[in-house]
Design a binder for this molecule. Structure first.
Ligand code: ADP
Length: 386
């Protein structure tokens, strides 16, 4: 009966006999020749499953499941097949239980082989990925060490430069030489800027490599913000920015590292100043909140009416050296609008907040220099983790 229902076909080497994904309404017996069965991994790659030769058959899985073909079959030699449709095949299967069992046994062993092969490939891929990760970690460590050592070595002469320029600035002679005084001021401002960058690099490398030691003591957040308001006072005035601090006076003492926490809010307020056009507004709001996973927290949010942050950047800005938009290697002041910065402030803030068991995130409707939708940075510090 099968012989009557079968259609004979011949294929040349390279011919596709049936294709993965298409609905399989027939199965094939190989009368002569040899075929390769492959699976498509992606557009350019295929995975060899196995070869089949005369006397063997293929295509029965899609036929029995009435589903798409799970692999592609290609002739590797001149091949002749007998193509059998679903109906006659099922009839024969019904009449011959032993044929059914043989097909089942073969299907099971093929599936087992395919599983084994997939497991082996996954194991190999896993080994390669782990090796690549180790290599990248080694490279990252070397790079971080290089940056840290350079920053450390360069900070010392820069500190001398700051000291000597200050001594020159304090010399009474300077009062009579306005031009010289301006030059010395320029040297001093440049040296201070360099010093700040090196300090930020060292802060970050400490946070990343040594694991930070948080020296805990009671921190008065009103004092922290008073210091920040004083430090940025001249810049706020120059840029005609309004900085308001609300609710911080009512917060309890927080048991944490005062210097580190100062740095967190220093960087957040510095950024708010930097990314808000003149005459804008910055507001700091402090309150106690109950967070699902952190329990009772001190929450401090820094809002601004600045250019905002694009949704695609909102998480990336916390990565070290990440800056949005065009990276300009200019040396404009750290408080001028969109002034230059090394892209370290938020990475440092995040490292410090996490070392205190807290979290930090940014919110913004998007980035637009015309409409200035603004940004909000929120810090939550748990009281419990102390
Ligand atoms: P830096 O300010 O030195 O570039 P940061 O790590 O402090 O580095 O910030 C990373 C980036 O995040 C900035 O380059 C800026 O694009 C974006 N950003 C940070 N704060 C704000 C803010 N308040 N408004 C808009 N963009 C911001």
């Amino acid at each position: 009966m099968l012989a009557r229902a079968a259609v004979e076909r011949t294929f040349s080497p390279g011919d596709i006999i049936c294709c993965e994904g298409e609905v399989g309404r027939v199965m094939y017996f190989i009368v002569r020749g040899r075929v390769e069965i492959v699976k498509q991994v992606d557009e350019d790659t295929e995975r060899h499953l196995h070869y089949a030769g005369s006397g063997e058959y293929f295509g029965e899985i899609a036929l029995l499941q009435e589903g798409p073909r799970i692999a592609t079959v290609r002739a590797v030699e001149d091949t002749t097949t007998l193509e059998i449709g679903q109906e006659p095949f099922l009839t024969v299967l019904g009449r011959s239980p032993s044929l059914g069992i043989r097909i089942l046994v073969r299907m099971t062993s093929r599936l087992r082989d395919a599983d084994q092969q997939a497991i082996e490939e996954l194991r190999q891929a896993n080994i390669e990925l782990t090796q690549a990760l180790r290599h990248l970690e080694r490279l990252d460590r070397t790079k971080t060490d290089f940056i840290r050592v350079s920053a450390h070595e360069l900070r010392t002469p820069v500190a001398s430069l700051m000291g000597y320029s200050q001594m020159m600035r304090d010399n009474p002679m300077m009062e009579e030489h306005a031009e010289l005084k301006a030059l010395v001021d320029g040297v001093r401002a440049g040296a201070e800027r360099l010093h700040r960058v090196f300090n930020s690099i060292l802060d970050l490398s400490r946070l990343m490599t040594d694991g930070v030691e948080v020296r805990r003591s009671p921190v008065s957040l009103p004092v922290v913000f008073h210091g920040i308001q004083t430090e940025f006072g001249p810049a706020l005035e120059e840029r005609k920015l309004d900085l308001e601090v609300n609710g911080v006076d009512q917060l309890p003492f927080y048991i944490g590292d005062p210097d580190m926490l100062y740095k967190v809010f220093y960087h957040l307020v510095n950024n708010a100043i930097k990314y808000t056009p003149d005459k804008g507004r910055i507001e700091v709001v402090g309150q106690m909140v109950e967070a699902d996973d952190l329990g009772q927290c001190i929450e401090i949010a820094v809002w601004d009416t600045g250019i905002g942050i694009a949704p695609g950047d909102i998480d990336l800005i916390f990565e070290k050296f990440y800056r949005t938009g065009e990276v300009e290697l200019h040396s404009s002041g750290t408080t001028s609008f969109k002034g230059g910065g090394p892209g370290l402030g938020l990475a440092i803030a995040k490292g410090i907040v996490q070392a205190h068991g807290g979290r930090i995130w940014a919110e913004s409707p998007g980035c637009d220099e015309e409409t200035c939708p603004g940004s909000k940075f929120v810090v939550q510090l748990p009281i419990e983790s102390v």
